[in-house]
Design a protein around this ligand. Sequence first.
Ligand code: FES
Length: 74
Amino acid sequence: MGEAGGPRERRRVRVVRGGPVLVEGPVEVELEDGSTVVSDRFVVALCACRRSRSYPFCDTSHRRRTRPDAPDRP
Ligand code: FES
């Protein structure tokens, strides 16, 4: 199956439980506000937990856990 410009390649997307979604790059990601960000990395980790300070990219913040006995933060 092809389109103008040649056959499309199937990209692999891997969902990591409790972590990011790994997408074969390069990618252009469209955000909710319509803006776009790009990454030319071979594999791009997209944040699925919304805790990343580099959202939409994963910064491993999903790994941080709070102790069950820790007091609530303000
Ligand atoms: S999935 Fe890694 S910071 Fe959100």
